[in-house]
Ligand binder design. Sequence first.
Ligand code: GUN
Length: 292
Amino acid sequence: MELIDGKKISAQIKQELADEVARLKAEGHKIPHLVAVLVGNDPASETYVASKVKACQEVGFKSTELRYSADMTEAQLLEVVDKLNKDADVDGYIVQLPLPAHISEQKVLQAIAPEKDVDGFHPCNVGKMVSGLPAYLPATPAGIVELLKRYQIPTQGKHCVVIGRSNIVGTPMAVLMSRKSAYADCTVTLCHSRTRNIKDYTLQADILVVALGKPHFVTADMVKEGAVVVDVGIHRVPAAGTKSGFRLTGDVDFENVAPKCSYITPVPGGVGPMTIVSLLQNTLQACKGLEG
Ligand code: GUN
């Protein structure tokens, strides 16, 4: 069993990005500028946005965090989006999800200019991704594909089972893994909360991507010997004897599943750091122009 070290790979990519920023600076070009919009004070969202801003600083990108109270109206948020669309200094921006219930996420996401949509959530970018055209790829699935690539894990003709059908992870992951390209080319099965006898599918997986948001959902009896397991889940669970009183864990029962795997991502330090560098890669691309 080999651990897929997302922390190490993300550090390598951050170094590559920092080198690219230094080159852009030396040649007198614009430095990438990412804006993160945060509405309300959901603790997980606050942590994610803080990590994104910190990562920008680490690679030399300009970053701006825009914070608004949870009671802002949808019209006010759409105004912010409109301003960001028109601001030439902003290369890319994200609106952190989830949004408060009174604001339509789809309405907001569809108002983002597709060329600044570095999350890759706008239907234009989703459509381009599905068609195999240049597009901003959603950060988590793109980060997972990058991990498979950097570990040179064979994918062609393999059976990839994805658990979870969210727009952010599961659905785009299934699309990317089924594409005809290097580090894809899989036969893909997409399982979700309504899948019956899910173990029948997971036991067939050469590559199992778990993104359903339930701590320790995948147990050892659900995994084939030698499988590659990618755990997208991240949960705080109480842990006696730790300073904070909790520890982070994933959707996979790591302790018991890991011995069966050829490769597995840990939580934390697996997929999480890759999500952030994918966003940085998209922002660099937005600064340089998607086709350039
Ligand atoms: N909420 C959870 N993941 C994400 C993400 O990748 N982007 C945004 N904008 N919100 C999220």
